[in-house]
Design a protein around this ligand. Sequence first.
Ligand SMILES: NC(=O)c1ccc[n+]([C@@H]2O[C@H](COP(=O)([O-])OP(=O)(O)OC[C@H]3O[C@@H](n4cnc5c(N)ncnc54)[C@H](O)[C@@H]3O)[C@@H](O)[C@H]2O)c1
Length: 447
Amino acid sequence: MELEHKIENQEARICVMGLGYVGLPLAVEFARLGYRVTGLDIDAQRVGSILEGESYIQDVSGSDVAELVESGLLRATDDPEILRQMDIIFICVPTPFTKTKTPDLSYVVAASEEIARRLQPGQLIVLQSTTYPGTTEEDVLPILEGSGLAAGRDFHLAFSPERVNPGDRRYDVTNTPKVVGGVSPRCAQLAQLVLKKLMPEVYIVSSPRAAEMTKLLENIFRSVNIALINELAKLSERMNIDIWEVIQAASTKPFGFMPFYPGPGVGGHCVPVDPYYLFWKSREYDFYPRFIELAAELNQGMPYHVVSKISEALNSRGRTLQQAKVLVLGVSFKPDVDDARNAPAQRVIELLLSGGAHVSYNDPHIDRFTVGKDVFYPDEQALTSTPLTDELVQGQDCVVIVAGHRSYDYQWIVDQAPVVVDTMNATKGIQASAGKIFKVGAPSPRS
Ligand SMILES: NC(=O)c1ccc[n+]([C@@H]2O[C@H](COP(=O)([O-])OP(=O)(O)OC[C@H]3O[C@@H](n4cnc5c(N)ncnc54)[C@H](O)[C@@H]3O)[C@@H](O)[C@H]2O)c1
């Protein structure tokens, strides 16, 4: 039967390779539509959780997983042999960077090799991992064609970037439009057909590389704008201006302005990583994009700025970083999520430790947080989230808000702490005695 008919009749068997923040929601939503979905992951623990009907991703409900597994629509395995039986395979594996910030495509390559060994005529492969333009055609396609089958003729290949935004209560995989680029027009149309079952709009571009570049544009747009506001925040501190007040005022303009906010730096799997993917690839073209690298550098400088703010706050109390007790609130990469990958808190804590401070942290979403074993702090430090109590907060020399989770009672924190460094305006509107709150992007308080 033609793949079109299988998709229309919910008879297409779907495999999602990589059951993480991107892959698990995708697998669950297709299963919910009535497709038989198999999640394939090399992480036996994740596979085991799904089979037990449990979710390890905050935005995916455990009861949904349990129900779908029970009904037989969703299953999980670490056996790549199941790839042979699939009609459609989504690749949602990680695309991290190395210590020196060069792209690490090893997961995409390994996943492509697993597929190539078992590739069947008629299968549709859709790469969703964020990557540099050219990956689908220059890296994935030759591996798949090593099977002897030809893309666009014997099997179908497309790239469709993922736009999932963890912690977002308004937009999820079912109401966020998607972009797709195929190796041939039919490849793109097939990918559009299946994705359209899930979301209202699937926009076709002329090639996989245009789709790959679309994702990078979206994230580099954010990186550059965040860097701009971070730079203006530091300038505002010197000029005795509150950038938060300025952003609010500028936001009254109904056109031509979009607010971005300063903070402790950027984190997660996307904004700190993706610019380097494009930067690295562009060098092959004798092109050195200056905006992209400058923005990344400015954002990476923010944890250092936060630590200098902490020193300033400690100074105001006659203390130095050496031997100071510092409590970090929120170590996830942004508020209200359970993902701490590349979180700015990591560098903040490493710099505090290397400055001689005693650091503890609290995060309702992250139980354990390991820092160090890098050039910033050679020893590995495995920290565990400390319960927030009056004694804990009162016993600190400084409390620093790095990820401003909604669940925190900021009035209580400010009341208990001797001095607070707020990296993201979480204490907006909170009553505090003079000299109590040092805010990134605002003039230092005079006690
Ligand atoms: N997390 C996000 O918010 C987000 C948003 C948009 C795009 N992305 C992109 O999506 C991709 C996946 O990100 P993620 O956050 O879901 O990663 P993740 O680490 O949460 O999940 C990836 C999963 O892939 C599995 N895996 C690795 N190699 C495999 C293989 N050969 N076969 C099967 N499974 C394999 C891992 O065990 C892991 O469970 C990345 O390219 C990322 O940049 C992520």
